[in-house]
Unconditional design. Structure first.
Lengths: 257, 668
């Protein structure tokens, strides 16, 4: 039976695409997919994620729109032994769907490059912390404060840090999801990652690169605190550390190169 | 080409051997078995002697096992008969000419010997790959069982690391890569109008390397000290160079799988370049042929790099070569560059043949020509070239020199363009077609949706800042499974259902096929979809244990995974029962245009009585008078018959079970 308001299939595709994109965008932007933002870099990275996610929703909706309409409109009716319309191609359409994705990904690449430059930008008054990874523990050394071999990472809010990563045995990877940033610690070389924590709280540093038996338990506590709390902790560490084994996990002294 | 022109020589008159002697000394599995043992003994003796001469401790278990892993498979291949022809030629004995007398499989036993028939080899490949698909799947189920709850329940972290390492290695090297080689092995000579592959003996040898690699990797679980290799399928140094003995089962197993891949790829290249039927120009090749041509180029160029990376690891491990030992001046990151220089193109090795399958299925099941055929072929070549320029996107957080990241991000995103062309062209092929929504078509449509999701998350991962956050998280696990299961395995299912009638001569059960598709489609999404969210929430991959906040989704995923695994039994039941008892398949049940459908199901031993003459494109559905190829005796008909009359009744071969040659000639 012919539908009285039978629309052109292209209109149906557009309608489905718009509807799916709208629903998808609402879901993508309103569900808290990512952990809380606890570094100055997180906001910009999350915005990039959101932009790409919305673009993705559109692309997927378009594909689904064409697919759904094709299946509903062009599926074979019982007994139909005929062929489809022999369309071999359409140069104009092919130029369009080569050019538009090329423009979209070029835009995405430029935007990503700008965000990358921003999050890795060096800031004045940056403090350096040596992070040493070893199967299966993290230790932290504060050059300025003379703290070595700390088992917890204590950071002062709104202070830019440069983490210098060292690995004693195999590859490890420094990842605090709330800070968003990640970098491998590589035996034989020093890698670095910049983070400016912006939110007080306690987080977990996890190892993100498979490093052996204890990989899933290779975690450390990260505390972002105010200057006074940090100073008290640093003083306690200074007293404890030279005595040997005073730090929480002081057994592994970091290699300071 | 020799096979095409091989002449029948009278069988050489030999003294008939006794049956027992034939069993023990003839090329068969029994000779393979005792020669494997002989190889092990040889390797043992070699190590003992060399170590004694050097003044080392004589009985070194690791050294002995390592040399056994190299030697025993070679002895096995000799035993099974993989080198018989060349062996006889080398020692000057009379060789047995390739007269095709050993072609075809008369009983199931014929699948367990060296057979040079591309159709037998194709089935050997496919069935072997599905066997390891089950093994790899079971390993995954064990992993999910452990991950159902936080904490340690079933396996310790060492075993867990072994589970995901062997799972990934089997699924990549023993399932996806070879299953495409298997389907292509069966179909491609038929599609291009050739009687066999260019090098049938090499083809047989390529196949027999596979079970060697698969058994080796699986057997690593029985290593008493340390168990299976547990450094992931990526085997990053220096974790892999320091790992216990089990690692060698990967390092050496990959060599066998890789050698198999390279030899098959060379075979495909030579076959496609030199053995196309008259008139089958490159621009008349079906897209499956294009896809495997491109894939074979990728394999030939890229696979030596993974072999190299694992050789370096083996040298580090066995001979303390120190390529990746930083304290001796080794460079840790160089491992990753070499490894990914293969392993990124490997992603396309695992996808492009699937693209070819989808093009065949979608065109035949939409009854429409492929939209933009030339762009479809050219985009494969574009992916081939671009695929070699993106490897370091796996290393954005690796600590490599930073300047390489942005160029690699740009090239990675650029691959979305040819890939997008393919997806949009498939969609345009559906448009205004006559879509038959049978099982192969549903898997093809399922592939389009799932692969689009995988491609989209791939673009997000290409954006360096997003990758910095998500790399090595469950987001990546979700992405690779959307690409490799929702992508590759869906195309495998589409292809297996599509060519099942051709391969077995029987029809599969359509109802079970539909059940399999819908349960797989749903189970796939409920299993791998939530992994995106776990990754975004901050769950790292490759962990035996996780924070309590991830417990809910992990339990959901584990339950889904169990059901998802169970519904695959429907597929295996359907395949096995239909193969044995299914209704006889006609030559061309799908009324398709490509050449493999113009012969009987299963095809005759020599494929074609006479080499076909190709006269047009492969997908001319709905084009009045269009003909792809002419087979025996139809030449005159075409000369006069093009464009006469109208749709002569059932345009397809549903009725005739036999040759069905006349299907090529469309009467519109």
């Amino acid at each position: 039976v012919r539908h009285p308001f039978r629309r052109h299939p292209i209109i149906e595709v557009i309608a489905i695409t718009i509807a799916l994109t709208a629903v998808g965008t609402v879901v993508v932007l309103n569900v808290p997919w990512l952990p809380e933002e606890a570094s100055s870099q997180a906001g910009e990275m999350d915005t990039l994620y959101d932009v790409l996610a919305v673009a993705s929703v559109f692309v997927f909706s378009l594909v689904m729109g064409i697919l759904i309409v094709s299946v509903l409109r062009f599926r074979r009716r019982y007994g139909d032994e005929g062929d489809g319309v022999p369309i071999h191609g359409h140069t104009g359409l092919e130029v369009v769907w080569t050019t538009i994705p090329a423009i979209i990904v070029t835009g995405a690449a430029i935007y990503s490059g700008v965000v990358l430059a921003d999050i890795e930008e060096s800031k004045p008054a940056t403090k350096t912390i040596d992070v040493t990874a070893q199967q299966f523990a993290w230790t932290f050394g504060y050059r300025g404060e003379g703290v070595k071999g700390a088992g917890e990472l204590h950071l002062v809010e709104d202070t830019p840090y440069l983490f210098k990563l060292h690995a004693k045995d195999v590859l490890h990877s420094f990842w605090v999801p709330e800070f968003r940033l990640k970098k491998d610690a590589v035996p034989g070389m020093t890698t670095s990652v910049r983070v400016k924590p912006t939110r007080l709280g306690t987080y977990t540093l996890v190892c993100a690169e498979l490093c052996g038996l204890g990989h899933s338990t290779m975690r450390a506590t990260v505390r972002v605190e105010d200057q006074a709390t940090f100073d008290r902790w640093a003083q306690a560490q200074q007293k404890a550390a030279p005595a040997g084994g005073g730090g929480q996990q002081g057994a592994a002294a970091p290699t300071l190169k | 080409m020799s096979t095409a022109t091989a002449t029948f020589e009278p069988p050489t008159m030999k003294k008939p051997r006794s049956r027992a002697r034939q069993l023990l000394l003839g090329p068969n599995l029994l000779r393979g078995a005792w020669m494997t043992v002989a190889g092990a003994v040889f390797a043992f003796a070699l190590v003992v002697v060399v170590r004694a001469v050097q003044g080392f401790h004589v009985l070194d278990g690791d050294a002995i096992v390592t040399v056994i892993l190299i030697a025993a498979p070679l002895f096995f291949l000799v035993g099974i008969g993989g080198f018989d022809y060349w062996g006889k030629w080398m020692i000057g004995a009379p060789t047995e000419p390739e007269d095709h007398s050993g072609h075809g499989a008369r009983s199931w036993k014929d699948y367990f010997r060296v057979n040079t028939d591309h159709k037998v080899i194709g089935i050997q490949y496919t069935v072997t790959a599905f066997f390891f698909f089950c093994v790899g799947g079971l390993l995954a189920e064990m992993m999910r069982a452990e991950l159902a709850q936080p904490g340690q329940q079933l396996v310790d972290s060492n075993t867990f690391n072994g589970l995901f390492s062997v799972h990934a290695s089997l699924m990549i090297f023993l399932v996806i890569i070879p299953i495409f080689a298997g389907l292509a092995n069966f179909v491609i000579p038929l599609m291009i109008g050739a009687p066999d592959m260019a090098f049938p003996r090499l083809n047989a040898l390529s196949y027999w390397l596979l079970p060697v690699a698969g058994i080796m990797m699986t057997a690593s679980f029985i290593v008493p000290d340390g168990g299976a290799f547990n450094t992931g399928w990526t085997a990053y140094a220096p974790l892999s160079t320091d790992a216990p003995l089990g690692q060698n089962f990967f390092t050496i197993g990959v060599q066998f799988a890789g050698t198999s891949s390279i030899m098959t790829a060379l075979n495909f290249l030579v076959t496609i370049i030199t053995m196309r039927a008259p008139g089958m120009t490159f621009w008349r090749m079906p897209l499956l042929v294009w896809a495997n041509f491109t894939t074979s180029l990728l394999v030939v160029i890229a696979t030596p790099f993974v072999a190299g990376s694992q050789f370096l690891v083996l040298l580090d491990r066995a001979l303390h070569a120190r390529f990746f030992q930083s304290i001796y001046g080794g460079d840790v990151i160089s491992y990753q560059h070499i490894f990914w220089f293969y392993s990124h193109p490997a992603v396309y090795i695992m996808m492009l043949p699937g693209f070819g399958i989808i093009s065949e299925v979608i065109s035949a099941k939409s009854r429409k020509p492929i939209f933009g055929y030339r762009m479809m072929a050219l985009s494969l070549l574009a992916i081939l070239v671009l695929g070699f320029t993106v490897w370091a996107h796996h290393m954005f957080v690796s600590g490599m020199f930073g300047w390489l990241r942005v160029p690699m991000m740009i090239t990675t995103m650029a691959i979305a363009v040819p890939t997008g062309i393919k997806i949009l062209s498939w969609l345009a092929t559906l448009w205004r077609g006559v879509l038959e929504l049978s099982t192969p078509m549903l898997f093809a449509l399922g592939f389009i949706t799932m692969f689009t999701l995988g491609g989209i998350s791939g673009i997000m991962l290409a954006a360096i800042p997003v990758d910095i956050y998500t790399s090595d998280s469950y987001f990546v696990v979700a992405h690779i499974h959307y690409v490799l299961f929702g992508g590759s395995i869906f195309t495998v299912f589409a292809g297996v259902y599509y060519w099942f009638p051709k391969m077995t001569g029987r029809m599969y059960d359509e109802r079970l096929g539909l059940i399999h598709f819908w349960t797989t489609f749903i189970g796939f999404n409920t299993t791998f979809g939530p992994m995106h969210w776990l990754g975004l929430e901050g769950m790292p991959r490759r962990v035996a244990d996780y924070a309590d906040k991830f417990a809910g989704w992990n339990l959901f995923v584990s339950i889904s995974a169990a059901l998802f695994g169970l519904v695959q039994l429907v597929f295996f039941y359907n395949m096995i029962v239909s193969w044995k008892w299914g209704p006889r398949a006609p030559g061309n049940p799908w009324r398709a245009k490509t050449l493999e459908w113009q012969v009987s199901s299963p095809p005759p031993i020599f494929n074609f009585d006479e080499i076909p003459q190709v006269v047009g494109g492969p997908y001319e559905y709905g084009v009045p008078g269009a003909v792809h190829a002419v087979l025996n005796g139809d030449r005159e008909k075409v000369a006069v018959g093009a464009g006469d009359g109208h749709h002569a009744g059932a345009a397809g071969g549903n009725g005739h079970a036999g040759g069905g040659h006349d299907d090529t000639v469309r009467r519109e």
